[in-house]
Design a protein around this ligand. Sequence first.
Ligand SMILES: CC(C)(COP(=O)(O)OP(=O)(O)OC[C@H]1O[C@@H](n2cnc3c(N)ncnc32)[C@H](O)[C@@H]1OP(=O)(O)O)[C@@H](O)C(=O)NCCC(=O)NCCS
Length: 141
Amino acid sequence: MRFYLKPFDRRGVEEWIARNRQRYTKDGHGLWAMILKASRELIGDCGLVLQEVDGANEIEIAYHVRRDYWRQGLATEAARACRDFGFAKFSVERLISLIRPENVPSRRVAEKNGLTVWKEVARVGVPHLVYSIRRDNVGKS
Ligand SMILES: CC(C)(COP(=O)(O)OP(=O)(O)OC[C@H]1O[C@@H](n2cnc3c(N)ncnc32)[C@H](O)[C@@H]1OP(=O)(O)O)[C@@H](O)C(=O)NCCC(=O)NCCS
C-alpha cells in the first residue's frame, strides 16, 4: 500500500468490496479475485477498472498480489489474461495502466505485457504514468 495514499482500514476494505460489486453490475467488469489454480487459494486481485483520464473514459488493467506470492510471474499472467479478455469483450481501442513512476514491479508487469508509457498525469495530486496498449499491438512486442 506504500504507493497508495494510505492503507485501508476495515471500513475502507468494505467500501472497496462494495465499489467492485457495483462495477460488476454497472460496467460489466471490475477487480476480480486472483485464485491460485493449484490450491484454490485467494492470492490477490486483478481486473479491469473504468477510469477517467484527461476527461476521457479508459479501461485500466489493475493488479495486487499477496506479498508471499510476489515474483513468481503471477501478476504478469493475470494481467495478460485481463488484457486479452478486455479486448475480446469490450469494443475499446486501448487499455491502460495507471502507475506511480517509482512502482518498478508494477511497471515491469505492464511492460512485460506490451504496454508502453503514453503520458504522465496527476491523480489525487500525485504523478502517475499512463501506460497503454492498442488493440492492434497485442502480441507484437
Ligand atoms: C506489482 C505486483 C502486482 C507485481 O506482482 P508479481 O506477481 O510479483 O509480479 P511478477 O512476478 O509477474 O513480476 C513482474 C516483473 O516485475 C519484477 N518485480 C517484481 N517484484 C519486484 C521488485 N520488488 N523489485 C523489482 N522488480 C520486481 C519481476 O522481476 C518481473 O520482471 P522480470 O521478469 O523482468 O524479472 C506486486 O508487486 C504487488 O502486488 N504490489 C503492490 C500492489 C501494487 O503496487 N499494484 C499495482 C498498482 S499500479
